[in-house]
Design a protein around this ligand. Structure first.
Ligand code: ADP
Ligand code: MG
Length: 255
């Protein structure tokens, strides 16, 4: 049965999509079958793993709003054992359209049931908001992985995120857990980074991963080539740290 992880933080630009793609590839290289769900209308996970959005016929919108079978929307990527349900700009309408529909919070959970035995991990790249798309992701997930940018306002907004987690636990998914908190874009040249790490560890304790993702230009370059950091520059620091993260995730899940 697939272990389903939402990669979530309602702040934009904290490393959600980068983490989704690179963790997916590292988990696949460790022998797992991985499905990425792109749940952001920007479709950055889709293009970042090499799918041309203009070629997409069915996407996550069709699964959520029109309830098509999810298998019709799954595409293979260039990386072995990594599949994706892509997103295109039509997803931008889903928040509003879902609001008027029955059992709207359960759409992704119900859709995923058909493929739970086909994958070991499902990673959901969440949008930068706490609306219906994130609630669908949290309702469908075993856990959420929270990337936190190593900057001064790192903790800002996290209480809102945790409130949403509590609401989803109360109403739709009592077993939703925190998979882990990941410090991203760490800059060793500033003192600020070290302060932020301490602050985040004080708040989240041992739920913070030992692995810290540094700022690494190779990580920022890879998406424009439509590949993960592992395929773009396997010797880079960025590739190393995402492999370390994957080991921590696997160990936490008994692998
Ligand atoms: P989100 O999905 O949370 O909006 P992204 O993963 O898209 O965030 O990251 C935002 C931007 O920062 C992207 O341009 C990405 O390539 C870049 N980026 C992400 N992580 C790093 C990193 N560790 N070092 C340098 N650039 C990064
Ligand atoms: Mg993103």
């Amino acid at each position: 049965m697939a272990h389903i992880i939402s990669i979530a933080n309602q702040k934009g630009g904290v490393g959600k999509t980068t983490t989704t793609i690179n963790l997916a590839v590292c988990l696949a290289d460790a022998g797992n079958r991985v499905l990425i769900i792109d749940s952001d209308a920007q479709g950055n996970a889709t293009s970042g793993i090499g799918i041309q959005k203009s070629q997409v016929e069915k996407d996550i919108y069709d699964v959520l709003v029109d309830e098509i079978p999810i298998k019709e929307a799954i595409l293979k990527t260039n990386h072995q054992h990594v599949d994706i349900v892509p997103a295109t700009i039509q997803l931008a309408g889903a928040e509003i359209e879902l609001t008027a529909q029955m059992a709207r919070e359960m759409r992704l959970k119900l859709g995923l049931e058909a493929v739970l035995n086909d994958y070991d991990y499902v990673l959901i790249d969440c949008p930068p908001s706490l609306g219906q798309l994130s609630i669908n992701a949290f309702t469908a997930s075993n856990s959420i992985l929270i990337p936190v940018q190593s900057e001064y306002y790192a903790l800002e907004g996290l209480s809102q995120l945790l409130n949403t987690v509590r609401l989803v636990q109360k109403h739709f998914n009592p077993n939703l857990a925190i998979e882990g908190v990941l410090l991203t874009m760490y800059d060793a040249r500033t003192n600020l980074g070290a302060q932020v790490i301490e602050e985040v560890r004080k708040y989240f304790g041992d739920r913070v991963y030992d692995t810290i993702i540094p700022r690494n230009t190779r990580l920022a370059e890879a998406p424009s080539h439509g590949v993960s950091i592992i395929d773009y520059d396997p010797k880079s620091r960025g590739a190393e740290v995402y492999q370390e993260l994957a080991k921590e995730v696997l160990a936490a899940n008994g692998q």
